[in-house]
Design a protein around this ligand. Structure first.
Ligand SMILES: [Zn+2]
Length: 231
């Protein structure tokens, strides 16, 4: 095999290596926590905290109502058991009972409002929990696929690396250095020749250059300096 064909093969393997390395890097960057899952998890925690606060308020309101009811019962017993005869005292007692009942009504309204809010929060929590479950399942599946893809890419890369070493072993080190230097400078070291043109710089090549390249010897494009390869 001519040295230019070997160099061209080396370039093909290098390009394939680079593209698979990019793919691997991209897949690896997708591994790990999903920001969407983290966001929904945080939202769920905050909603649970909110519900806890509402439940606490609800219990306080219920205790307050119980406390008022027991006070009202005691006063009403006094009011109706007939032991108090003084009309003034009875009227004042009745006022006290009315006042406590008004406060109790307010507390009951407040308790109802809190219960409504707690119901809403519970519904919201159920929705978020469900959403989180789905997101986590999707994420887990995606991570599994990524792991499989990464394993496949690593196998491909290791095969390509082996192929590269085999090609390199066939080329003399000085030519390999020239290849590496051109690759570093111009992105690609070897240019195909097509219809008498260097595909690296799109310039028509002199006949003498073409003929030498055709023979398989190492010829560099007089315009861009790349190594010419005729298929
Ligand atoms: Zn050229």
């Amino acid at each position: 095999m001519s040295v230019t064909k070997q160099l061209y093969q080396l370039q093909e393997v290098d390009l394939e290596l680079e593209s698979n390395e990019r793919a691997l890097k991209q897949k690896i960057s997708q591994l790990g926590e999903s920001s969407e899952v983290v966001e929904v998890r945080t939202e769920l925690a905050s909603q649970c905290q909110h519900l806890k606060g509402l439940k606490h308020q609800q219990h306080s309101a219920e205790w307050e109502i119980d406390d008022l009811t027991s006070k009202i019962n005691t006063l009403e017993q006094k009011l109706y058991d007939g032991r108090i005869k003084n009309p003034k005292e009875l009227t004042s007692l009745q006022h006290e009972v009315d006042g406590l009942k008004a406060i109790r009504n307010q507390s009951e309204d407040k308790a109802l409002e809190i219960m409504g809010q707690a119901d809403l929060a519970e519904g919201h929590i159920a929705t978020i929990t469900n959403e989180l479950k789905n997101l986590e399942a999707d994420w887990q599946l995606q991570q599994q696929h990524l792991t499989t893809d990464i394993e496949q890419l690593e196998t491909i890369l290791s095969d390509l690396e082996q192929k590269r070493q085999l090609i390199l072993a066939e080329i003399d080190p000085q030519t390999v250095n020239l290849y590496q230097e051109l690759k570093r400078q111009r992105g690609t070291a070897v240019a195909r020749v097509d219809q008498g043109m260097c595909r690296g710089c799109q310039i028509s090549l002199p006949t003498s250059e073409l003929q030498r390249a055709k023979s398989g010897s190492l010829v560099r494009c007089s315009s861009c300096g790349r190594i010419l390869f005729l298929a």
